[in-house]
Design a protein around this ligand. Structure first.
Ligand SMILES: [Fe+2]
Length: 378
């Protein structure tokens, strides 16, 4: 715990607070980026009579929101939408962050009236507490009128530091954190009239933010998406899966040759990635993924624990006639980056396709090797 307290508090070093990302509203070109209309068009595929996002709660039951969100998330990670996001980020960030990756599936938030009682309240939190780190930056874009209790509530950097310090020291309950944050926060106010400018709001991962009960009577919908700069200690949020390179998409791969002889292979020795997750949980995930793509594997295998050179995986590449291997992730192998690349190259020499579930990536040609190395070394 002391280590956790130390690490969290050091993340609040003021050198991580770039002024551009300290709770700032910026303008963008609404004609070029008509986000509301784009998202509304997906909503209307389900409910054609829903003519404004703020009336969402009149057209959808509470249990219909999660399926709606999933449908929209499919759309926002499409090639078309990802290209718009690339241009949008470019227009707001420019060259200010150097090289950066973009969140592959932007997050959609639906804040319906009286959501606390309904169990869908987004409680106060910081990026640090939800597996984001300094070096990651959030652009939050409202798609419907945003004011008062339907808006995001934000705490200043200085007050955020204090709340985090006392939270850890006194092991505060979430009810108490909500209370303290509510007292110190104010709603993000963004213009949303007929002749409004396009406005987005920028913040970093140390600010406490969250929602209170929405008593405005209308729904709020917003889109948030993150950039991650090169060299960031990314933890759970891997390049090639959670974050994508500009100009790419992370979505189900096409052109899988299902008639090949595929095996499922899991590497529990990759302890940093896997923790101590029971083997069958990871394996079931890989199998379900393969099943979704129409692959019928001939068997499954695990890497040997206490190894870090993938001897078992190498055996299947060299000494069997498998034609395809489904792996959990190229980040989730126990061997070094160079050794992994050597094994993947071997697969290409032997015309063995490799499918990576976490990255939705099919390695079926040498060009793919460069992409994998780029992700592993970001
Ligand atoms: Fe958040």
């Amino acid at each position: 715990m002391t280590k956790n307290i130390y690490e969290l508090n050091t993340r609040y070093d003021d050198k991580f607070l770039e002024p551009q990302w300290d709770h700032k509203v910026v303008n963008y070109d609404l004609e070029k980026f008509p986000w509301t209309e784009r998202i509304l068009s997906v909503v209307q595929e389900i409910r054609p009579h829903c003519d404004k996002l703020e009336y969402l709660h009149e057209h959808f039951g509470r249990t219909e929101i999660v399926p709606l969100r999933k449908k929209i998330e499919k759309y926002v990670r499409s090639k078309e939408f990802s290209q718009w996001i690339d241009e949008y980020f470019d227009s707001i960030i420019g060259d200010s962050l150097g090289e950066y990756l973009i969140q592959a599936t932007p997050t959609l938030n639906f804040v319906l009236p009286d959501q606390q009682r309904q169990g869908s309240l987004l409680t106060f939190h910081t990026g640090h507490l939800t597996a984001y780190n300094n070096g990651m930056y959030t652009i939050w874009t409202p798609l419907s009128p945003v004011y008062g209790s339907n808006s995001m509530q934000i705490v200043s950097w200085e007050e955020s530091k204090k709340i985090t310090f006392y939270m850890l020291r006194d092991k505060l309950s979430l009810a108490e954190i909500q209370r303290r944050c509510e007292k110190k926060s104010s709603p993000v106010e963004i213009e949303f009239g007929e002749t409004r400018p396009g406005q987005a709001w920028l913040f970093n991962q140390g600010h406490w933010h969250g929602n209170i009960n929405n008593t405005t009577g209308i729904s709020r919908v917003s889109l948030d998406c993150r950039a991650m700069t090169k060299g960031t200690d990314y933890g759970f949020r891997n390049p090639g899966s959670y974050f994508r390179f500009r100009g790419t998409v992370v979505d189900l791969p096409q052109g899988i040759e299902t008639s090949r002889r595929w095996i499922v292979f899991n590497d529990p020795a990759a302890s940093e990635y896997m923790g101590t997750m029971p083997f069958y949980i990871a394996r079931t995930f890989i199998e379900n993924y393969a099943d979704k793509l129409g692959i019928n594997p001939v068997g499954w295998h695990n890497e040997y624990t206490f190894t870090d050179w993938n001897p078992h995986l190498e055996f299947f590449i060299n000494d069997t006639e498998v034609q395809g291997i489904v792996l959990l992730s190229f980040h989730g192998l126990s061997s070094s980056i160079n050794r992994r690349m050597e094994l993947f190259e071997l697969c290409m020499d032997k015309d063995i396709h490799v499918l990576f579930c976490d990255e939705n990536f099919l390695l079926d040609s040498r060009e793919g090797l460069d992409y994998i190395r780029k992700c592993l070394e970001f």
